[in-house]
Design a protein around this ligand. Structure first.
Ligand SMILES: [Fe+2]
Length: 254
């Protein structure tokens, strides 16, 4: 038996949803406790739900007892500071695994390609249960920032770039799609990232938010794209040589 996957994500692996409505007080994410955790660039994370309610970002399978990326335990001290973020994560009624705010420092398009990876969302997830996907809710109003998605990291033609202003909501099968963020601002970007189990609740909530499955918000100058591609692959190759393997082929724990 296979995992249950959302039919609506079958073709492209992502859906751009309507923006969420009400502005959220930046204090909700700025007052959280962050831990250093590297994923897709210069990042820190503030967990809201973790494997067993501690302020840490490890994959749920590292604990005793190990568990899949579901049934995250809310962290009281963080929940107190960010009630609206928690409300947003719970809105669909779907099972929540890891839920945290990411802080990303500004970077370049080539950096984003260098950082691109696939997530490990379904380790220990029993066959027959819902496939875990990720929802990205952008918090800061990042006007020059894009989620970069590729079906194949080596195929630039498979890329789409999705803008991330405040309120942008995006569901991604991030174990299938290569992903990273090109953050062109000059301040850190903050985004709420939640692991959700695929199922009727998630599906209903996504349909209510007008999902779009073919989105590309910016075209790049071909010369710029080509040079960035070369730079990123040179850096990826150097990293592979350094480690003796490509660390991004070992699915990211973040
Ligand atoms: Fe990721």
């Amino acid at each position: 038996m296979a995992h249950y996957k959302l039919p609506m994500l079958e073709e492209t692996g992502y859906a751009v949803l309507d923006s969420y409505g009400d502005p959220i007080d930046p204090q909700e994410w700025l007052s959280l406790e962050y831990v250093d955790w590297k994923s897709g660039g210069d990042t820190r994370f503030a967990p809201l739900a973790s494997a067993y309610g501690e302020i840490e970002c490890n994959g749920f399978w590292h604990f005793d007892p190990p568990k899949p990326d579901k049934d995250g335990v809310w962290i009281d001290s963080q929940v107190e500071k960010a009630p609206t973020l928690v409300k947003r994560a719970l809105e669909s009624g779907a099972n929540v695994g890891r839920c945290r705010v990411i802080e990303l420092q500004p970077n370049t398009y080539a950096d984003a390609l260098y950082n691109s990876h696939e997530d490990d969302n379904n380790r220990l997830n029993p066959d027959g249960e819902g496939w875990v996907v990720r929802c990205f809710m952008n918090l800061t109003d990042d006007q020059d920032t894009y989620m970069i998605l590729r079906e194949d990291i080596n195929d630039p033609e498979s890329e789409v770039r999705i803008k991330l202003p405040a309120g942008a909501q995006l569901m991604v099968d991030s174990e299938r799609l290569w992903h990273s963020v090109w953050h062109g601002g000059d301040e850190p970007r903050y985004c709420l990232i939640t692991s959700f189990e695929s199922g009727p609740e998630l599906e209903k909530w996504m349909w209510e938010n007008n999902p779009r499955f073919h989105v590309n918000d910016i075209d790049l100058d071909p010369e710029f794209a080509k040079n960035s591609e070369i730079e990123a692959h040179e850096r990826r190759d150097a990293r592979t040589a350094y480690y003796g393997y490509d660390p991004t082929t070992v699915k990211s724990e973040a």
